[in-house]
Design a protein around this ligand. Structure first.
Ligand SMILES: [Zn+2]
Length: 326
């Protein structure tokens, strides 16, 4: 009982810390057609808006946090994972104004291939993980991805922003297909310098899924450097599986994972190792090569074992995405 109370306290601390989030790159640019040179993900900003709009969401997320911690302490409870792999069917919803934005089937497949490498631990750059992190790298997460269907819709909209309009046919978008058993992925011109955003577990199922800018989707076609290795989707699906940014969306914040070093903030571009932080009073290398940092696609290539456990908890019996493990 004492332990449970301690966990409860920790859970609420986490949520408080996450409320104080403001990344400088989240400000929308005036030029809606500009493609960013630095990564920017709107997942946490969208979450803050949802928390304001829905007073019950905080409690749901606190409960999921408690469930996650219980699962990590006792992963045997995850009975539905006995065969070791969860297959995630992806519904790709493509919204296009120009011919180029109507991305090809091969570009979509290149994204699925990249996801399967990154989540399977078979990405060739995994070998670049610095030796001080080799004991915590996750390798195979135990999740695979397949295309379930591709839904395409022509639009006159130049850019969509982060208000979930692309997920609603009433706003010119495409409604989610079976969001409790399929991962919906919307591809569109997001604008505002945003590469993508995800909805965390616990949110409204009608808007559940991830959104990826068409220039950050896959590894071919309209995919544009330095975001043309499919890692925007790897990052956003990490959020969809309840991962936080590696800096905990705060200065020296908490990402709820014990084997990721505390980070000062987001890291951009391609930091050379070791890229140090003084968080917590010690000088230590940040894990800039983690998929949940803001590094360029070519410079992020690992999850940790702690992140893996956190992701698998969402699919456990009683977890927020248990419908995917059946
Ligand atoms: Zn993010």
């Amino acid at each position: 009982m004492r332990k449970l109370l301690l966990l409860l306290g920790g859970g609420f601390l986490l949520i408080t810390a996450c409320n104080k989030t403001s990344q400088p790159n989240d400000v929308f640019s005036d030029d809606e057609t500009a493609f960013p040179t630095e990564r920017s993900c709107a997942s946490n900003d969208v979450l803050q808006v949802q928390l304001q709009d829905d007073p019950s969401l905080q409690k749901k997320m606190d409960d999921i946090e408690l469930f996650t911690r219980r699962f990590i302490q006792n992963p045997q409870a995850l009975r539905s994972l006995e065969d070791g792999t969860i297959e995630i069917p992806i519904v790709v919803n493509v919204l296009y104004r120009t011919t180029a934005e109507n991305i090809s089937q091969s570009q979509i497949q290149s994204q699925i291939d990249a996801l399967n490498k990154d989540y399977g631990g078979s990405n060739s750059d995994l070998s670049q993980v610095p030796s001080i992190f080799s004991n915590v790298k996750a390798g195979n997460i135990g999740v695979t991805f397949v295309i379930d269907q591709v839904v395409r819709k022509k639009t006159t909209k130049k850019s969509w922003g982060t208000n979930d309009a692309m997920k609603k046919s009433s706003k010119g978008g495409i409604n989610a297909t079976s969001p409790t058993t399929k991962l919906n992925l919307w591809v569109c011109n997001l604008g505002g310098g945003i590469l993508g955003y995800a909805q965390f577990p616990g949110g409204n199922s009608a808007t559940d899924g991830v959104v990826i800018d068409n220039n950050a989707m896959g590894t071919t076609g309209t995919a544009t450097a330095p975001f043309n290795k499919g890692r925007t989707a790897t990052h956003e699906i990490g959020h969809w599986m309840n991962l936080r940014h590696i800096w905990g969306d705060a200065n020296c914040g908490n990402d709820q994972v014990s084997d990721t070093p505390i980070a000062t903030g987001a890291n951009y571009g391609c930091p050379s190792f070791p890229y140090n932080s003084n968080c917590g009073g010690t000088t230590h290398a940040m894990m800039t090569m983690n998929y949940m940092d803001y590094s360029d696609d070519a410079c992020m290539y690992m999850f940790t074992a702690g992140q893996k456990a956190r992701m698998l908890a969402v699919f456990a019996s009683g977890g927020p995405r248990q419908g995917f493990a059946q």
